[in-house]
Design a protein around this ligand. Structure first.
Ligand code: HEC
Length: 147
């Protein structure tokens, strides 16, 4: 026999508990936005928190940092993925003389060395993961300026 009284109580219990479960779930699954974190801590000083090139130290540079939210727009609506990736890595800097932007490939390579001092690791994979996370974040900055 079904105990309707008990069933009703159980349904109420579920209804009351559900929102609590959902909010507990969203609190624990909050995503860490690695690209955004990296951009805000390493790039925003020059490129600005919004990526538009107006960071607090931008005026001290010989060359103004470009507006990173317009990269797709000025490239026919297509995000110039490889160019952005290469300019962040900066491995070809010697070929193009000095530049104001730090060479992030080297910065990340050094950091990987400090981080994995005694363990085997693939330094290029470490660099690539970090740079790709930032590139993906810069790609997201294009959305508002889609032609
Ligand atoms: C010290 C200031 C400074 C910091 C910090 C900095 N940039 Fe730059 N960035 C520049 C300048 C200036 C340029 C223009 C090229 C040049 O002279 O180096 C530039 C150019 C770029 C470009 C080339 C845009 C294009 O048109 O292809 C990208 C992409 C970029 N920066 C991304 C980043 C990212 C990502 C970070 C953080 C990991 C960062 N920058 C940190 C100053 C900076």
């Amino acid at each position: 026999m079904i105990n309707y009284q008990q069933l009703r109580m159980t349904s109420w219990g579920v209804l009351v508990a559900l929102p609590m479960l959902v909010s507990a779930q969203s609190a624990t699954t909050q995503r860490v936005d690695f690209g955004q974190q990296e951009f805000q801590s390493r790039c925003a000083a020059c490129h600005g928190r919004d990526g538009k090139g107006n960071g607090p130290i931008a005026d001290l540079l010989r060359k103004s940092p470009p507006d990173l939210t317009l990269l797709s727009r000025s490239n026919g609506g297509i995000f110039p993925m490889s160019r952005v990736y290469d300019s962040i890595i900066g491995d070809d800097v010697k070929a193009h003389g000095s530049r104001d932007m730090p060479v992030w490939g080297q910065v990340y390579r050094l950091r990987a060395g400090e981080h994995y001092a005694d363990t085997y690791y693939d330094p290029e994979a470490y660099v690539r993961i970090r740079v790709l996370a930032v590139v993906e974040y810069i790609n997201r900055l294009q959305v508002a300026n889609r032609p």
